[in-house]
Ligand binder design. Sequence first.
Ligand SMILES: *Cc1c(COP(=O)(O)O)cnc(C)c1O
Length: 409
Amino acid sequence: MLIAHLNHQLHEREAQGLIRQRRITESPSGPHQRVSRDNQPARDLLAFCSNDYLGLANHPVLVQALADGARQFGAGSGASHLINGHSRAHAALEDELAAWLSPCIPQAGALSFCTGYMANLALLTALGDSNATIFADKLNHASLIDGALLAKAPMQRYPHGNLAVLARQLEHCTTPIKLIVTDAVFSMDGDLADLPALLALAERFDAWLIVDDAHGFGVLGAQGRGSLSHFNLRSKRLVYMGTLGKAAGLGGAFVAAHSTIIDWLVQTARPYIYTTAAPPAIAHALRESLHLIGSEEGNQRRTQLQQLIAQLRIGLTTLIEANPTLGWQLMASSTAIQPLLVGDNAAALALAAALDAQDLWVPAIRPPTVPVGTARLRITLSAAHTADDVQRLIKGLTQAAANLIGAKA
Ligand SMILES: *Cc1c(COP(=O)(O)O)cnc(C)c1O
């Protein structure tokens, strides 16, 4: 019965163009990847889909640091942080992360998590008790939505970036604790939240601002310190979540906030308490990653990334202007996330397939990850890409556009 029920639903998804498929990567993360699927022979693809924005995931210094960490601390942590899994490596990483965020958050402490998904569940369930209301941007990441659904606090969502609606919601709110929750860089659109205006609202209505900087940490701001630093913000009302599996190249996440908030999370946050601590070698290597991100090499990687973003946008804008009948739209993003809006699920899949035929790997993102009717290619760039790589993508899309127009005519 269950199997028949699930098979029926899987077939329905297939008919709607919603089946997702995994590919197996046979080589380390990077622009050039060896990839296989369905027992077909492996292929060499040029990938524009990873969140490894600085190209650190296969950096020799980090590979070495991970090995050194394993030699020093062993392979596994053995238990949760509150039992005996909290190693010197975790503690040292937390101290460094707190220092990183201290220019933006007075009296900052930091707490490390196994994943960003868990950090968001922890934050929203631990702070969002029945005295609180959660205010969330409609396009927030799934982990923030799930965290709010698990929390006792009711959630009110405001239309993407619509601070007038948010202000009205805050004005009418009667709970003593108000939590505004937002992605800093929206993961499927690449645009930045107006954090200064959100913080001003938080101050006006005595609310807190929880910022998920999964796509800004390491990339934005001086020395890659993230979106709070990008906007030069400083306030005790800021609660910051950064992930360490994207620009930082390894895995895990952290929360930085007023030290009392950190103390409360340690005591009460179930996704922190009831899980085995991440291997300490990862924390050890993450300290090396922080040094790289803040170094001159980090600056050069961020500069390279900015140049590639500009190159891609110029190329795609020209292509779209020359072919208005395609109905493609390059979204307004200045970040490494550069979505090309196509609209229809089947059209997005066909475009991804046309690129795949040219050994280019760009994922089609469909509902429910994005709103219905806004299927898109989510192009992401990395400092490990070259100008030639970006040129190949522009050429590939130009070729696909010519074929589509030829097929229509
Ligand atoms: C990736 C992501 C997360 C989850 O982080 P993981 O460490 O991958 O679990 C949370 N929020 C946003 C906006 C993300 O893009």
